[in-house]
Structures are given as C-alpha cells and as structure tokens.
Design a protein around this ligand. Sequence first.
Ligand SMILES: O=C(O)CCC(=O)C(=O)O
Length: 251
Amino acid sequence: MDRVGLKATFEEQGYVVVPSFADGPTVEVLRAIAEEHLITELAPIEYEVDVQYPGAPVDDNAPGANTARRLLQACSRHSAFRDWASSDSVKAVLSPLLGSDALELSQCHHNCVMTKQPGFSSATLWHQDNRYWSFDEQNLVSLWLALTDENRANGCLRVIPGSHRLTLDPGRFDATLFLRPDLPENKQLLEQSVLVTLTAGDALLFHSKLFHAAGRNRTEDTKLSLVFTYHAASNRPIDATRSAKFPGIAL
Ligand SMILES: O=C(O)CCC(=O)C(=O)O
C-alpha cells in the first residue's frame, strides 16, 4: 500500500497494518533484548497482578504473580528500542497520519514491550487508549510492532473499524472507562469487531480513540510486541497530568 492508501485506510478505519514493516534481522535483535529483559525481570515491569484484568493472578501470593505484563520504559531500557522507535522509517510512516513533519514520541504512554505469557496472562476489555491521556487534541497514533506472530490463540488485538470517530455517552462505560459488555447497544457495536492477526515484523498503526481489546494467551509461547505512541509536536500534553510526566522524544 502506498502512502496515500495508508493514510486513507487509517482515516477510514482508525488503524492500518503495514506488513513486514521491520525486517527479519531487526525483529530478531529487538526480540532477543525483550526476551532477556523478561527472563531477568529487568525493572520497571508492570505485572499481570498489577492490572487485575480478567484472568490475572489475584494477589502477590497467587500462582503466576510474577507474570510480567509490560516491560516499561522501552526507550530507556535499551538504545536499540529507542533508536528503532525514533528511526526515519517510523517517522516516514507516521508523519502523513499525524499531518506533521515534527513529531514526538511520548515517554508517558505505552513505550513498552507488551507481553502475553502462557499460563497467567489476562484479557483486556474494550477501551480507547486516550481515556487516561491528556493532550490539547485527542489525536495520537500508536505503533504496535509484532516481535512474534499474533493470532486469536495467543491473544492478539481485536478492533472496531471506524470506532475512532464515535463519541459515546458516559453511561456506556464502567468506572474504569471500559465499555460495559452488558448493554445491548455495546453488544451491537462489538459485533463489528475484527481480529488483527500479525506476523512478526508487521506493524499495526492505530488511533488513540480506536476501540480495541485482546484475549488471553492460550498457547505455550510468549507473545511479544513493542508499542510506542506518537503525536504532532504541536499537540502538547496538559501540564501536571500523567501525559506530561516525562518529556517527549523529538523525531
Ligand atoms: O495486549 C493486550 O491485552 C491489549 C493491551 C492494550 O490494549 C493496551 O495496553 O491498551
């Protein structure tokens, strides 16, 4: 797909997949670092028990309590992650989607290796990422690079195409701003959801308002993805919010 097609698809669907965005050797290097950090439990880490999503171990004493969910602060944990995330090829694919040549990578959101491990991984309910993000404009794009294949069995993402354009009443959400699955109008919306299956090296670009969810990993192998969030440099985080905790990295 050329750049014009990519932008048109992104604007229409709120997401677009770029197959083989990272080449095999690059994926191997990034995956090896992620695996080493996972095995050595290199902090900062968010554990499944911290998120308490459906299927997560209930407390620190439960079996699987040391199951990692996210290896946090990817840009600080290895220069290979930072260099890749701020590379020219990443900037080139994002600039048309964000309508700017001056971009920033947020160190406050995603900026992580997302893991789904066998045994104790949890499911993520339907949400929009920007529910807790504070910027002048709700216009950010996340880049999800598959470091392993992603499919239904190992808990790949599901998305609702076009849902980045929806504005839903507050009553459609629970207290933590996940879509309430019990409501008929939400059930109807979720019928439109599609699986996003990825091969290692594929990139998923998705809008911060796109509704998405994911299942548990029911395979024997760990799923790994590298996830970063970007915005136009002119779209500023609101002072004193979580989105302004760390400065952006200029691209
Ligand atoms: O892999 C998952 O469970 C989805 C994670 C997710 O949607 C998020 O962190 O916003």
